[in-house]
Design a protein around this ligand. Structure first.
Ligand SMILES: [Fe+2]
Ligand SMILES: [Fe+2]
Length: 386
């Protein structure tokens, strides 16, 4: 038998994949074709579908293609799989059959750089599809090179797929655009029914925050958001981003220190020794991760302001500074010098930042508490640029 291997993230599968798979099956006279969604890192990135959803969408997208079947080997294995590893596995499953690997044009052109290319070319035949026709010569040249260098079996076919990418589909959904021309009907319905790739929803985020923190913390978050909007307007940052970062900066603060560490371990968030010695800073990291993965927020400026609100860092962005300062001057703070710091923030953001940081450092020194090196780097940077 001739067995095709058609891999991809399929996040989501689209009409371009569907036409490529149909062409692959027909042109290469395949008896069976295994569609292999790739494994993903243990944590789900913002705005991406889960493994279960990708497998189900692949099944729906390709069920009309004769002899195609979905294989969950890479998803079950988890993490990144090298093609050579999957091909070795396929060979154990189908020792007496011919395996044909599908590659797009770009993939064929960089094929000689693939991990263990020589072994791959012993394990399978490679079939490549010229997307535009204009790259045909280049593909033939590369095919010849692979044949001569590795004794590979490579074929090049002409093909004019619908030019669409999974990113196009996700962006269209985020913009509320129609996707009926981009994906198979059943995939469109699945995405809709499961609310996949839904954009960040501030109202929903606020509800989640409310359910996770106590009343006092919730009032603090609202206070930080309000102060951050005020400072953003004053110093020229984006008030909307300031509001979101302020609102969500402490969204995981309800977790205890040991829960923070466990959350990081479960989700592959690296922790350094300084964080383990002073775990109260970790909630900034877990909040960033939570907002990115659970709330589908992908704005790096907001995520960075959340991420650095406890330790700071040498090169703080304007939004980083605004959230850092808002955190200690917002209206529910009532320590004795708070009005002094509020007045400083009104005059000069960097001065307020430095004075606030000095207070934190002095407090740590007085109480024999360790300081995170990022805070020291921030201090050095601020005094050097004064
Ligand atoms: Fe915090
Ligand atoms: Fe806070």
């Amino acid at each position: 038998m001739r067995i095709g291997f058609f891999g991809g993230t399929f996040d989501p599968p689209h009409n371009g994949h569907l036409s490529a798979l149909s062409a692959f099956t027909a042109e290469c006279s395949l008896d069976r074709v295994l569609v292999m969604p790739t494994g993903t890192p243990p944590h789900k990135a913002a705005g991406k579908a889960s493994d279960t959803d990708r497998l189900e969408m692949a099944r729906l997208a390709f069920e009309s293609v004769k002899n195609a079947e979905i294989c969950d080997y890479e998803v079950k294995k988890g993490g990144k799989s090298y093609s050579v590893e999957t091909l070795e596995w396929l060979k154990t499953q189908f020792p007496n059959d011919e395996i044909v690997l599908y590659t797009g044009s770009d993939m064929l052109l960089s094929f000689h750089k693939w991990y263990k290319v020589e072994r791959i070319l012993q394990l399978c035949e490679v079939s490549s599809f010229s997307r535009t026709g204009s790259d045909r010569n280049e593909l033939e040249k590369q095919a010849l090179f692979l044949r001569e260098t590795y004794g590979a079996k490579v074929t090049v076919h002409d093909f004019s797929p619908q030019i669409v990418s999974s990113t196009d589909v996700r962006n269209a959904i985020a913009n509320g655009d129609d996707i009926s021309d981009l994906v198979p009907k059943k995939v469109e319905e699945y995405i809709k029914n499961n609310a996949l790739y839904a954009p960040f929803d501030l109202k929903k985020a606020e509800e989640i925050l409310r359910s996770r923190v106590n009343e006092k913390r919730y009032a603090h978050c609202l206070g930080v958001a309000k102060t951050a909007v005020y400072l953003a307007e004053k110093y020229g940052a984006d008030p909307k981003k300031a509001e979101i970062a302020g609102l969500l900066h402490d969204i995981t603060k309800n977790l205890s220190n040991s829960e923070q560490i466990a959350y990081c371990r479960e989700n592959g968030i690296p922790l350094d020794d300084n964080e383990l010695l002073a775990p109260q800073v970790i909630h900034a990291k877990t909040a960033e991760f939570f907002v990115r993965t659970e709330l589908a927020l992908s704005d790096e400026e907001i995520l960075s302001a959340i991420r650095y609100h406890t330790t700071g860092r040498a090169e703080m962005t304007l939004l980083d500074k605004i959230i850092y300062v808002s955190d200690f001057i917002e209206p529910t703070r009532d320590y004795s010098d708070v009005d002094h710091y509020r007045a400083l923030a009104d005059e000069n953001l960097d001065t307020a930042l430095l004075e606030g940081l000095k207070w934190i450092i002095c407090n740590a020194v007085t109480n024999n508490k360790p300081m995170h090196p990022a805070a020291i780097e921030m201090f050095n940077n601020l005094v050097n640029n004064k």
